[in-house]
Design a protein. Sequence first.
Length: 325
Amino acid sequence: MAVIEVTNLTKAFRTYKKQPGFSGAVKGLFHRQYEQTLAVNDVSFKIEPGELVGFLGPNGAGKTTTLKMLAGLIFPTSGAAKVLGHTPWERDDGYRRQFALVLGQKNQLWWDLPARESLELNAKIYGIPKDRFEKTVGEMTELLNVKDKLNVSVRELSLGERMKMELIASLLHQPKVLFLDEPTIGLDVTSQKTVRDFIRRHNAEKKTTILLTSHYMADIQELCERVIIIDHGKIFFDGKLSEIVDRFADFKLVTIQCEKANEISADNLNRCGEVVEKTSEAIKFKVKRDRVISVCKSLLDDLPVTDIDIQEVPIEDVIRQIFAR
């Protein structure tokens, strides 16, 4: 049985369109103009127990709105959703004790208190016994390298340390479902890796179902086998991350090393593929997938090639092209 099941979920926002100037403000008192924006448009998907799924899309695509509906923070305009058998926006107490939502740009910890006091408050709210609280906090702070920061005021923590504490706070009650919205935003590469390793380990050990949004492709590549791509509120792709390159990139990158590469005539190069980069020692081509073998053979036969390298297009480039469409 799917842990998360979304069917034709739609969320429309109505916004007031103000005319410019004082006269526009006066007109707005009597004749208001509104425009409707579909933030989420007829979205459907299922997520099985223990899956860690990447939820991708450009800014304004509807990712956060979808997460907020699944967390019960906002009501949909139409459609249905079930998470752990509950309808999220009914806000059953039984459901709220089984999920967690982490928003990378919002804080749940008390700004002026030490992190430990906020964690203790969460433990009281969720009825977590003292011994289990100490064990859980000890393990998580050790894994995230913030054990010595528990008694430091949240406002004095670095962004990375604060994000790690936010993760600990959200996982104290061992939720079955975790919604992560940009958990590594603004973090340095070391903190990003620590957070990614922690999420991967938690998913593997606790079998927590995780829906993750991120603009950092390193997060998605390291953590997610499956991705859902949303754009303009609609699902654009739902499948394995490895299938994106095969489906949306019809070429590979072929790089050859050879002496005096910059002296090779353009005619000899253009028949092989599109030249992406050319230096005195190397040439990089974009070559159609079905021509890679024949092109490589031709290059080896016709040019003084000392080395050849064939690569898939970087996944972040493919995603960027998809968003650009």
